[in-house]
Design a protein. Structure first.
Ligand code: RIB
Length: 338
């Protein structure tokens, strides 16, 4: 078995104490001569010494790691969100430990427990299945800083939020401006609070134009995935809608396939608008009109706020609002005159 170089080996080779090595490697060795510092750093390279983070955590009582829980790593929205987290975590010298809970409460509790056991400094939870009980009994009780976002209900404390209500409004205003009067909305049958806010925004705009939501909108329930969008095709077509608001881009892209298979042209026969602005939107044909969420920034901001909280637990609640925006591409147009 290969023997890992220890801090003792390094100290012995350098002819200094373990404390001296530890202070130099942790950037706290100003009181030693530059000759000693360079000598230790040179030997560290030669001996390939990698600090033992478990031991370091014990001494510094800080793991410099944050746990991240998302519902579905495979969804480009969440992989971009994670990218934002990684970039900022690196800048702040933290390591993110990322887990996909797959909408499963048991898996989520399991990961939470493991992250806490490993002394994760704080948590970003974008997955909706966390219960208030877990928050109270596990996180609050253990004094673990956390930030809930996206699919979680709005709670007190640190938050990074986008305005889903406004996003829904933008979608409705855009479709109405093109002349649509009959709509379908594709969404999951057990929608999280953020998705319901999108629908509420959509509804408010219709009401402001004298349209009764229940009369002009058919809700088609299907999983919030590409497969779900595909599955929704039949009902969307049967609804007689001239425009579809897919609650996320993945659903819109699945719907594209279903519509194409039925010989339906977008936007000539039916308009489709999505939500998120994932990078795939510009690579589908026609390019997808959508409501943009600043996904990278959401991840980056969440990390920044969490690290602030880890470093200064007593600061006032930090709330950051990020804008949503209509990105008009080619999948929406005027309704067909029959
Ligand atoms: O694509 C994933 C969707 O679920 C996004 O709209 C995001 O906001 C999340 O809730």
């Amino acid at each position: 078995m290969i023997k890992k170089t220890t801090i003792r080996d390094l100290a012995q080779a350098a002819g200094v104490s373990v404390t001296t090595v530890s202070q130099i490697l942790n950037g706290k060795g100003q009181r030693f001569s530059s000759e000693t510092r360079l000598h230790v750093l040179k030997l560290q390279k030669e001996l390939n010494y990698v600090p033992d983070f478990n031991a370091r955590n014990l001494i510094l009582k800080s793991s410099q790691s944050i746990g991240v829980l998302v519902p579905n790593i495979g969804n480009p929205f969440f992989s971009t969100f994670i990218k934002g987290i990684q970039t900022t975590a690196r800048e702040l010298q933290y390591i993110p430990l990322i887990f996909g809970a797959n909408h499963d409460e048991k898996i989520e509790s399991y990961y939470l427990e493991k992250m806490i056991e490993r002394a994760t400094g704080g948590l970003i939870i974008a997955s909706a299945s966390i219960t208030t009980e877990t928050i109270d009994t596990t996180l609050k009780k253990n004094g673990i800083p956390y930030l809930l976002m996206d699919q979680n209900p709005i709670v007190d404390g640190d938050r990074v939020q986008t305005n889903d209500f406004d996003g829904g409004k933008l979608a409705a205003e855009h479709l109405l401006s093109l002349g649509h009067q009959q709509f379908a909305i594709t969404m999951p049958s057990e929608p999280t609070a953020n998705l319901l806010r999108r629908v509420a925004g959509f509804k408010q705009v219709l009401a402001s134009k004298g349209l009764v939501f229940e009369q002009v909108v058919t809700i088609v329930y299907a999983p919030m995935t590409k497969a779900g969008g595909y599955e929704a095709t039949r009902e969307v077509l049967a609804s007689g809608a001239t425009a579809v608001f897919a609650i996320n881009d993945e659903m819109a892209i699945g719907l594209y396939r279903g519509l194409r298979q039925q010989g339906i042209l977008i936007p000539t026969d039916i308009s489709v608008i999505g939500y998120d602005n994932i990078d795939l939107d510009e690579y589908v044909e026609p390019m997808l009109t959508t409501i943009q969420q600043p996904i990278l920034e959401m991840g980056s901001m969440a990390t920044r706020l969490l690290v602030n909280r880890i470093k200064e637990p007593l600061i006032a609640p930090q709330v950051v609002d990020l804008p949503v925006e209509l990105i008009q591409r080619q999948s929406t147009g005027v309704p067909k005159i029959n």
